[in-house]
Write a protein that binds this ligand. Sequence first.
Ligand code: AHR
Length: 498
Amino acid sequence: MKKASCSINKKYKLAEIDERIYGSFIEHMGRAVYTGIYEPDHPEADKDGFRKDVLDAIRECNVTIIRYPGGNFVSGYDWKDGIGPKDKRPTRLDYAWFSIEDNSFGIDEFSDWLKKAKTEGMIAVNLGTGTPKDAGELVEYCNIKSGTALSDLRIRNGHKDPHNFKVWCLGNEMDGPWQICQLSADDYAKKAKEAAKIMKWVDPTIELVACGSSSAEMATFPEWDRIILETLYEYVDYISLHRYYEYEGDINNFLGSFFDLNNFINTVKAAADYVKAKNRSKKTMYLSLDEWNVWNIKDMQLKRWQKAPSIAEDSYTLLDALVVGGMLCTILNNADRIKIACLAQLVNALSPIHTEKGGGVLKHTTFYPFMQVSKYGRGVVIKNLMSCDNFVSDKYGKLPTIYSSTTYDADNNKLTFFSINYDRENDIELKLCLDGFGSLEIIEHLVMDGNDLFASNTFKEPNKVIPRLNPIKKSIGKEFDIMLPKLSWNVVRFEVKG
Ligand code: AHR
């Protein structure tokens, strides 16, 4: 068996974790809303039409913030279509996904649903076909208590208390040619600045996210980020990053996604810090990685003008779960700058949770690493000094066979070590040395692994790829020998005894 070692010292704190890094995303895309979270004639629907079985699964994965209503969808969306009596709401063509939108679920339903999902919202405004005035009016409708035309309209629509959404995105991927009303960096910066001014005048307590480049592959990356920040730096709190990885036939390249994501984050940080220096600003620009995931179905063949068609319903594999685990460790290891992150998305479209219309709920493989990191990855991130072999990826060169992140939750006296063994042949015995915490007791070691990297969960076999308990020698101390099976995702939990 191969050996490796890792030193973790309480003194070397990387970051406080902002719990909003365990966010997700619900877009009016495919079956995310309709027949996903909202299906009034489903046997599990509550009086508002929300599926209780889906709410249970969402609460189980401890999602801390949910971005809504898009995504590409938002760039053609008039939020006023989705309020008031349902029988008076217009049916429209959604140009983003070529779908029919009947508007039976809108901002008020989303707010009601969030309360049941026990999470909060992050609202995107339309800076495609929409205007800064529309954006300001949406903030007024949602966040002003009463006494104005739009806040009183919300009250008449059955919502006495304001929704009080705190985080707002200034459009979505406005650099992308696929976006409804794509903008140049200069035009976006001007429009977003005027929207930001109005939105913060309406509610000065809100936080704003500017659209960064829609991916590292854009020819305009990272110039777009520099240009828009030069105008928006003092008006916004975060710049957004979006990153999806796809399995293209080479396992090692795909496994190396954690490394590429780290490079992407570093480049956006550098662009933001350059502008900070250039603008002589004292403020640090934080990052909102508000779309990230594995996205394998790229050729989506959108069928025109159907209501809630099936779009991007990936059935994720063990390999995908390992990649998601690696991305989660990268997010944790950058928690000093990433304050918000959204797994895109949550239900049906590109999602850990899958539903059948009229039927059951299925948890894909990627549900588990996300749920575990969100549940146990609280408190602070501590630096890991890892000594291990390398594996080689054509795309990224030599990468460590073990990638990891450690969180320490002082309030609950818990320490959690998350790691992936990328070695395709060998289990690795890892010596973990934990200094500065006093004695620790190992609680459990959860593993996701298996002989078939391409195995998925299905309604027939819903538990084919789920975490299992790895046998451990119960012990108390500071040094632990942990066996990381080949190609595995690992969560090792400790109680700090002091
Ligand atoms: O999450 C799916 C889509 O991916 C979003 O609508 C868009 O922002 C991104 O390109």
